[in-house]
Design a protein around this ligand. Structure first.
Ligand code: ATP
Length: 245
């Protein structure tokens, strides 16, 4: 079908000072899809997400186009990109550890509150249904949570903005295998709620299992792409990324 992709990135270049980290990346996320970007440390995965979200450090400069639902947002600032439906869960999670779980979540709806959206807090129920653990701990400070719960809170906070595109930077990083499984299970449930997902992962095996489509990023360029099930059976991908995982 010829539906407009949720996200389309064309010829994305990013440089830190004189060092180019991305050399012309093209990528698409269709409605209702999970798209994953796998690849080794330092390939430029975080750089790519940060450029898409307008969250590059001040030393980073980009060129190329980023379209959200068919509209070019490359020169639109981060708040306005969120308003148009994209939300990034950064690798560092960036929670407020001395604020409660509930208050961290409400911060995720701050833009909607400022915009006088009547039902800005309604998503709390949606988030608590997805993450019952967060509901149990709603009055606790975020700093008291386990690693897995913190990742859930970071995802929950992003969902408070009611995104159409959720971008996740290494959600499984540093988590125990059992928790990783739970996080990936939640990613699939999120997809079922209709949100499109761009998932950056070093855990290639788990990412390829849940994704519809995948890109392999190698030192700033897409080396390989295709349906996730196809890449999961590609001998080069198996040797390089699935062998030891
Ligand atoms: P990781 O999984 O380790 O985060 P990655 O695939 O996300 O890896 P990036 O963090 O995007 O990779 O890094 C891509 C390249 O850009 C690397 O060579 C890195 O050293 C460089 N880089 C990243 N951030 C900066 C920065 N703020 N200033 C200068 N160079 C940077």
């Amino acid at each position: 079908a010829l539906t407009t992709p949720i996200l389309e990135v064309k010829d994305l270049h990013v440089a830190y000072g004189k060092v180019e980290a991305l050399h012309g990346v093209n990528l698409k996320v269709g409605a209702g899809q999970i798209v994953t970007v796998i690849g080794p440390n330092g390939a430029g995965k975080s750089t790519m997400l940060n450029a898409i979200a307008d969250a590059l450090p001040t030393t980073g400069t980009m060129r190329g186009s980023v379209s959200l639902l068919g509209e070019d947002v490359a020169s639109v600032p981060v708040e306005a990109r969120v308003a148009r439906g994209m939300c990034l869960v950064p690798e560092k999670r960036e929670l407020f550890s001395t604020m409660t779980v509930e208050d961290n979540l409400l911060l995720g709806s701050y833009r909607r509150y400022r915009a006088r959206e009547k039902n800005y807090a309604d998503q709390l129920d949606v988030v608590f249904e997805l993450f019952p653990r967060l509901k149990e701990r709603r009055k606790q400070d975020a700093g008291t949570l386990s690693g897995g719960e913190r990742q859930m809170l970071a995802v929950g906070r992003a969902l408070m903005a009611k995104p159409q595109l959720l971008m996740l930077d290494e959600p499984s990083l540093g988590l125990a295998p059992r928790i990783v499984k739970e996080i990936f299970h939640i990613i699939v449930r999120l997809k079922e709620t209709g949100v499109a997902i761009l998932l950056v992962e070093q855990n290639a095996r788990a990412a390829l299992q849940v994704a519809d489509y995948a890109y392999v990023l190698e030192t700033g360029s897409v080396g390989l792409e295709g349906p996730a099930s196809q890449l999961a059976n590609d001998s080069k991908v198996i040797d390089t990324y699935l062998g030891l995982a």
